[in-house]
Design a protein around this ligand. Structure first.
Ligand code: GTP
Ligand code: MG
Length: 338
């Protein structure tokens, strides 16, 4: 019998080679909530390495603006640029899972024969904590298998899945004729994304006006010193028609530009912050906010996690170690409840 490590090793090797069956096996393992699978999951995640120059892109925005259609168009464009693509559609409101979500709702059309393209959806109604956990794990797997990872989530501003913690570039997608996003921006309610996309640009004059309004709002914010996005980056407004595959090349170029603009150092820091967030999230999920208090408070636990992860440890095992430390502090045997 192979040990969990050996089994994880062979799955990890398959994932690294971009083998779809291995990717699917890895994702099935991750979604297995049985406690006895935990060791295998930790072993797997610890053995996965990001692909070099891998790019994680978040598509977020209000319902129905065309995020799924855009994800499909973007994936097509990236494939013609010889990059392999993994797509994750996160749906906080749906209980459906697996292919059904994409099949009947998201209207993504993909070539099933394409070995460089993988699509997965996640849906766990009501359990946003669980969703954030799973999204991070799925993105970790996809990042080891594909050059680009696209994550679609519905929501504006503070998204329920904390998308900013799992991607390098956030695109906020809006559609013409909906003033709400403009209001959010003006009121300073919304975290400013890295790229603003006005989809359904085929709506003519309305679309042009929406793009101009958003560009104006961003300009006004810059005028008062609010930059948004990452440092030294000027948030562009890109018009697309996902339906007609227009403006997609422009969006791709802007995504590349954003990656080039962010110094490697800043990118590492962003990913590290995401992993620290994830490990705290895991701890909190298992043992509640009190565990974090008991270990010295959020800042202290984040510092500890950050040090361990920067030193090469996997976030999941860091979370497990924090949980053990907490149980020790509580005078319980770590094996009893961990
Ligand atoms: N005219 C036009 N319609 C579009 C475009 N992109 C998407 N649509 C349509 O808009 C509707 C919603 O598209 P989706 O891609 O499912 O939108 P979504 O943002 O993923 O929706 P949720 O996941 O439900 O939040 C569908 O009827 C699409 O065909 C576009 O560029 N132009
Ligand atoms: Mg969608």
């Amino acid at each position: 019998m192979p040990t969990p490590e050996q089994r994880a090793g062979s799955v990890a090797a398959g994932v690294a080679a971009g083998d779809k069956r291995a990717v699917a096996a890895a994702l099935n393992l991750i979604e297995d909530r049985r406690p006895q699978r935990q060791a295998a999951i930790e072993a797997l995640l610890a053995q996965l390495a990001e692909r070099p120059k891998m790019q994680r892109i978040g598509l977020t925005g209000p319902p129905g603006v065309g995020k799924s259609t855009l994800a499909a168009a973007l994936a097509r464009e990236l494939r013609t640029r010889q990059r392999s693509v993994g797509v994750l559609a996160v749906d906080p409101s749906s209980t459906r899972s697996g292919g059904a979500l994409l099949g009947d709702r998201a209207r993504m059309s993909f070539d099933p024969e394409d070995t460089g393209l993988f699509v997965r959806s996640l849906a766990t109604a009501g359990d946003t904590g669980g969703l954030a956990y799973a999204a991070h794990a799925v993105v970790t797997v996809l990042s080891a298998a594909y050059d680009c990872v696209l994550v679609e989530t519905t929501g504006v501003g503070q998204t329920e899945t904390d998308i900013e913690h799992v991607v390098d570039t956030i695109c906020l997608v809006v559609q013409p004729g909906s003033g709400d996003v403009l209001q959010f921006i003006k009121a300073g309610i919304m975290e400013i994304p890295d790229i603003l996309v006005v989809n359904k640009a085929d709506h003519g004059i309305l679309a042009q006006r929406a793009a101009a309004d958003l560009a104006g709002a961003l300009e006004a914010l810059r005028g008062v010193g609010v930059q948004g996005g990452s440092e030294g980056w000027r948030v562009p407004v890109v018009s697309t028609s996902a339906r007609d595959h227009r403006g997609i090349d422009d969006l791709c170029d802007q995504l590349d530009a954003h990656r080039m603009a962010a110094p490697a150092e800043a990118q590492r820091a962003r990913r590290l912050a995401g992993e620290v967030h994830w490990s705290l999230n895991l701890l909190q999920r298992r043992h509640g906010e009190y565990a974090i208090e008991r270990l010295g408070g959020r800042a202290e636990v984040a510092r500890r996690a950050s040090e361990a992860i920067a030193g090469g440890r996997a976030p999941l095992s860091v979370a497990a170690e924090l949980a053990r430390a907490y149980l020790m502090a509580m005078g319980e045997s770590p094996t009893a409840g961990a």
